[in-house]
Design a protein around this ligand. Sequence first.
Ligand code: ATP
Length: 338
Amino acid sequence: MPHPPARDPAPPPAGSSEPSNPAPVHRSDAPVIQTHGLTKRYRGGQLAVDSLDLTVPGGSVFGFLGPNGSGKTTTIRMLMGLIEPTSGTARVLGRPMPGAVRKVLPEVGALIEGPALYGFLSGRDNLVRYDAADPAADPRTRRRRVEAALERVGLSAAAGKKAKAYSLGMKQRLGLAAALLQPRRLLVLDEPTNGLDPQGMREIRALIRELAADGTTVFLSSHLLDEIEQVCTHAAVMARGRLIAQGGVGELAARARGRLVVETPDPAEAARVLKEQGTADVTVEEERVTAEPPERDLAEVNAALVTAGVRVRGFTVRGASLEDAFVELTGEGFDVAG
Ligand SMILES: Nc1ncnc2c1ncn2[C@@H]1O[C@H](COP(=O)(O)OP(=O)(O)OP(=O)(O)O)[C@@H](O)[C@H]1O
């Protein structure tokens, strides 16, 4: 059974207007998360998040990108009302957080810091426990919800196995199933593929795409650039607690200029000529030399290589990736290994 489609919240009943707690968003493209000047300074003095202005459009798969320690988890914990900001504001589904936490959280599925599971219970019974802990969940329809959630994440066949026998990927999928027991307008996933093998990563990414296709907005943090490029429509880049850039993934990558790539059996000589021609950031990787594309005519650069006796097998400008954009924006490489 497919995951129930995301729904707009029912209009508030007459007479229940809350002047201190404005109505939730109704337009599907209205921001699902919006922060202004959101700041967190921990007690020890550490400025973990510094004046964050973040806008997550409805219907997006939004990648929250940054190296370890850049403030992603702290931001997510503020958005979910788990910790108070030092200053600034955050709105989730149109309501202020943490003030409206009890109204907002039922519509948000969150997977933060790995799912809490009972290893001695089956996957199915873990979900039954989660569902039973939700006071709004009708016990008469529990079985149906649990089976639908298992099916949604592809765990129906393994539902009877003890959770401790699950692979990491299966545990993560079970955590997602728990987050999907109720229809959600927003899913918040903190490093959802962390620690998974390539197959587990593919499964989680495919599931994220399916959920997004059903209309759920997905906000996921990651320190993996290629992950963001593969699954996200939008992204924000954090570094040292500050927002460096945000926007459509294609738009962000287009801000970078790409790389000049020269394939040659004479890489050292090619690198020397490229530097002479005024190209910056020349890098040699075996029989491939890459550099920032120079401002001048590329035909002249190619001619200079040939004149210097460099045997050129390939001479191209590769399209900019998010990684190029990140390096240009932050002036540093990305710690992919974490
Ligand atoms: N409870 C805390 N008390 C004090 N400092 C903290 C606390 N939690 C995080 N920090 C610090 O705040 C900064 C941001 O950490 P945060 O966990 O938000 O980053 P992150 O981008 O999510 O990184 P990671 O992927 O490693 O979790 C780091 O310097 C971290 O050491």
